[in-house]
Write a protein that binds this ligand. Sequence first.
Ligand code: GLU
Length: 296
Amino acid sequence: MKLRALVVGLLAGSLALTACGQSGSPGGSGAPVVSNAPAADVQVAGSPTFDAMKARGAVIIGVKDDQPGLGFKDATTGQYSGFDIEIARLVAAQLGFAADKIQYKTVPSAAREDTIERGEVDYYVGTYTINDNRKKRVSFAGPYFVAGQGLLVKSDNTDITGPQTLKGKKVCSVTGSTPIQRVRDQGLTEPQNIVEFQTYTQCVDQLLAGQVDAVTTDDAILKGYASQQPDQLKVVGETFSTEPYGIGLKKDDAALRGKINDILQASYDDGTWQKIYDETLGKSGSPASPPALQRY
Ligand code: GLU
């Protein structure tokens, strides 16, 4: 009996400690930052995607689930949290879908265009840079944030300070991402030193294990990892690209794109976007304000 009580006590203590240690981490508990009551009588005339959502009675949103502060799934509670998740929820609510009518689908960077084209998600919110190449296959509402490529290294690293210091170093990034493409195009390190995986978590694990020297992707993503392990990881140098984040949609669904842009604009104007940012990404990043939409 006594031993059991002791074990239970120790467990409770360590749980409390864990919870305490994470209290400052981005993304919080997973509870929505804004109330997200679903809008009534929403119409999106001429949107096949919206028609499909209505017929299904649910919205399927493509996300990342391993990017703390942005798109993160808590393995214990199953709850999603982060800036991208909040934006995804806000859009769902304004399209008339309550939180319990959202189905999240994890889609890695390399599979985004295929997944959207096949209609396996209604829209995608996951650190997805708007660019002309991708616009050949999908379309984008937004941007709803602007990030920039950065570098994550071990805390004790002193020789990597920016993109020009990567020669001869092993650099990890994700298949199908703009940062890995930039490393290749600009020859920032030798082809044999470029290590690629499907997720940034895999790159971070390689960094912690000493298998690679740096992880490169958007600063917003890297800051999330660094804030989880501040003793072991740090983000270094200035950003060296512009990554405007868009909500990915079917290429031809201009009606839904216009509607989501209206939803974003309203959240910029009424302070909802700011609240979401400050409560999620803003905790591990820098202050930010909403970007100008690129309607096209
Ligand atoms: N924003 C960049 C991209 O869309 C990097 C982040 C990611 O891979 O999601 O490729």
